[in-house]
Design a protein around this ligand. Sequence first.
Ligand code: THU
Length: 140
Amino acid sequence: MVTYEELIQMALEARKFAYTPYSKHKVGAALLTKDGKVYTGCNVENAGYTPSNCAERTAIFKAVSEGYKEFSAIAVVGGFDSTEKLPICAPCGVCRQVLMEFCDPKTFDVILGTDVPGEEKVMKLEELLPLGFGPSNLEV
Ligand code: THU
Protein backbone atom coordinates (compact mmCIF):
# COMPACT_ATOMS: atom_id res chain seq x y z
CA MET A 1 0.00 0.00 0.00
CA VAL A 2 1.17 3.53 -0.79
CA THR A 3 2.37 5.59 2.18
CA TYR A 4 1.29 9.19 2.69
CA GLU A 5 4.91 10.24 2.14
CA GLU A 6 4.86 8.49 -1.25
CA LEU A 7 1.51 10.10 -2.07
CA ILE A 8 3.04 13.54 -1.39
CA GLN A 9 5.96 12.68 -3.70
CA MET A 10 3.47 11.75 -6.44
CA ALA A 11 1.65 15.06 -5.93
CA LEU A 12 4.97 16.89 -6.22
CA GLU A 13 5.66 15.07 -9.51
CA ALA A 14 2.17 15.95 -10.81
CA ARG A 15 2.74 19.58 -9.80
CA LYS A 16 5.52 19.76 -12.42
CA PHE A 17 2.81 19.52 -15.12
CA ALA A 18 0.76 22.42 -13.73
CA TYR A 19 -0.29 24.80 -16.52
CA THR A 20 -0.27 28.16 -14.80
CA PRO A 21 0.70 30.98 -17.18
CA TYR A 22 -1.60 33.41 -15.29
CA SER A 23 -1.17 32.78 -11.58
CA LYS A 24 2.18 30.88 -11.59
CA HIS A 25 0.72 29.10 -8.55
CA LYS A 26 1.45 25.43 -9.27
CA VAL A 27 -0.53 22.70 -7.54
CA GLY A 28 -0.28 18.92 -7.68
CA ALA A 29 -2.57 16.29 -6.21
CA ALA A 30 -2.44 12.52 -5.76
CA LEU A 31 -5.71 10.75 -5.01
CA LEU A 32 -5.67 7.29 -3.43
CA THR A 33 -8.50 4.88 -4.24
CA LYS A 34 -9.70 2.40 -1.63
CA ASP A 35 -8.08 -0.43 -3.57
CA GLY A 36 -4.69 1.26 -3.70
CA LYS A 37 -4.61 2.92 -7.12
CA VAL A 38 -3.38 6.51 -7.42
CA TYR A 39 -4.72 9.21 -9.75
CA THR A 40 -2.68 12.38 -10.03
CA GLY A 41 -3.68 15.83 -11.21
CA CYS A 42 -2.41 19.36 -11.66
CA ASN A 43 -4.12 22.71 -12.08
CA VAL A 44 -4.86 23.72 -15.65
CA GLU A 45 -5.49 27.43 -16.16
CA ASN A 46 -7.21 29.20 -19.03
CA ALA A 47 -7.05 32.63 -20.66
CA GLY A 48 -10.75 32.96 -19.81
CA TYR A 49 -9.80 32.46 -16.13
CA THR A 50 -13.07 30.83 -14.97
CA PRO A 51 -12.60 27.64 -17.02
CA SER A 52 -9.44 26.90 -14.97
CA ASN A 53 -9.42 23.61 -13.09
CA CYS A 54 -7.74 22.86 -9.77
CA ALA A 55 -5.33 19.97 -9.29
CA GLU A 56 -7.66 18.14 -6.91
CA ARG A 57 -10.58 18.20 -9.32
CA THR A 58 -8.36 17.11 -12.19
CA ALA A 59 -7.40 14.03 -10.15
CA ILE A 60 -10.99 13.29 -9.08
CA PHE A 61 -12.39 13.70 -12.58
CA LYS A 62 -9.66 11.49 -14.04
CA ALA A 63 -10.51 8.77 -11.52
CA VAL A 64 -14.30 8.99 -11.84
CA SER A 65 -14.04 9.05 -15.63
CA GLU A 66 -12.19 5.72 -15.42
CA GLY A 67 -14.72 4.08 -13.12
CA TYR A 68 -13.20 4.77 -9.67
CA LYS A 69 -15.48 6.37 -7.12
CA GLU A 70 -14.17 5.13 -3.77
CA PHE A 71 -11.30 7.05 -2.26
CA SER A 72 -9.40 7.03 1.01
CA ALA A 73 -7.04 10.05 0.79
CA ILE A 74 -5.67 12.88 -1.32
CA ALA A 75 -2.29 14.59 -1.05
CA VAL A 76 -2.09 18.23 -2.19
CA VAL A 77 1.01 20.36 -2.68
CA GLY A 78 1.00 23.86 -4.04
CA GLY A 79 2.73 27.19 -4.22
CA PHE A 80 5.09 29.31 -6.27
CA ASP A 81 8.42 28.04 -7.58
CA SER A 82 9.94 31.35 -6.50
CA THR A 83 9.63 30.59 -2.77
CA GLU A 84 12.27 28.74 -0.79
CA LYS A 85 9.83 26.03 0.21
CA LEU A 86 6.22 25.19 -0.51
CA PRO A 87 3.74 26.26 2.16
CA ILE A 88 0.70 24.20 3.08
CA CYS A 89 -1.92 24.55 0.33
CA ALA A 90 -5.43 23.59 1.40
CA PRO A 91 -8.08 22.72 -1.21
CA CYS A 92 -10.40 25.53 -2.31
CA GLY A 93 -14.07 25.45 -1.37
CA VAL A 94 -15.17 24.11 -4.74
CA CYS A 95 -12.74 21.18 -4.49
CA ARG A 96 -13.89 20.44 -0.92
CA GLN A 97 -17.44 20.21 -2.24
CA VAL A 98 -16.39 17.91 -5.10
CA LEU A 99 -14.56 15.66 -2.59
CA MET A 100 -17.75 15.63 -0.50
CA GLU A 101 -19.57 14.00 -3.43
CA PHE A 102 -17.40 10.88 -3.38
CA CYS A 103 -15.61 10.69 -0.04
CA ASP A 104 -16.78 9.89 3.47
CA PRO A 105 -16.05 13.15 5.36
CA LYS A 106 -15.46 11.29 8.63
CA THR A 107 -12.76 8.95 7.27
CA PHE A 108 -11.29 10.60 4.15
CA ASP A 109 -7.82 12.06 4.79
CA VAL A 110 -6.68 15.29 3.14
CA ILE A 111 -2.89 15.36 3.29
CA LEU A 112 -1.67 18.93 3.14
CA GLY A 113 1.85 18.39 1.92
CA THR A 114 4.90 20.52 1.38
CA ASP A 115 8.26 19.78 -0.24
CA VAL A 116 9.77 19.33 3.22
CA PRO A 117 9.30 15.74 4.45
CA GLY A 118 7.51 15.63 7.80
CA GLU A 119 5.93 19.08 7.54
CA GLU A 120 2.62 17.77 6.19
CA LYS A 121 -0.67 18.05 8.07
CA VAL A 122 -3.39 15.43 7.75
CA MET A 123 -7.00 16.51 8.20
CA LYS A 124 -10.29 14.74 7.77
CA LEU A 125 -12.55 16.13 5.05
CA GLU A 126 -15.10 16.81 7.80
CA GLU A 127 -12.66 19.24 9.45
CA LEU A 128 -12.19 21.12 6.18
CA LEU A 129 -15.89 21.12 5.32
CA PRO A 130 -17.95 21.03 8.53
CA LEU A 131 -21.63 20.18 8.02
CA GLY A 132 -20.93 19.57 4.35
CA PHE A 133 -23.83 19.06 2.00
CA GLY A 134 -23.53 15.75 0.16
CA PRO A 135 -25.36 12.93 -1.57
CA SER A 136 -26.95 11.75 1.71
CA ASN A 137 -28.80 15.08 1.98
CA LEU A 138 -30.72 14.20 -1.16
CA GLU A 139 -31.79 10.75 0.01
CA VAL A 140 -35.53 10.59 0.66
N1 THU B 1 -5.46 25.85 -7.03
C1 THU B 1 -5.48 24.47 -7.04
O1 THU B 1 -5.22 23.84 -8.08
N2 THU B 1 -5.78 23.83 -5.90
C2 THU B 1 -5.93 24.44 -4.68
O2 THU B 1 -6.08 23.75 -3.68
C3 THU B 1 -5.92 25.91 -4.58
C4 THU B 1 -5.80 26.64 -5.86
C5 THU B 1 -5.07 26.55 -8.26
C6 THU B 1 -6.17 27.25 -8.98
C7 THU B 1 -5.39 28.28 -9.77
O3 THU B 1 -4.90 27.69 -10.96
C8 THU B 1 -4.20 28.61 -8.88
O4 THU B 1 -4.10 27.54 -7.95
C9 THU B 1 -4.33 29.93 -8.14
O5 THU B 1 -5.56 30.00 -7.49
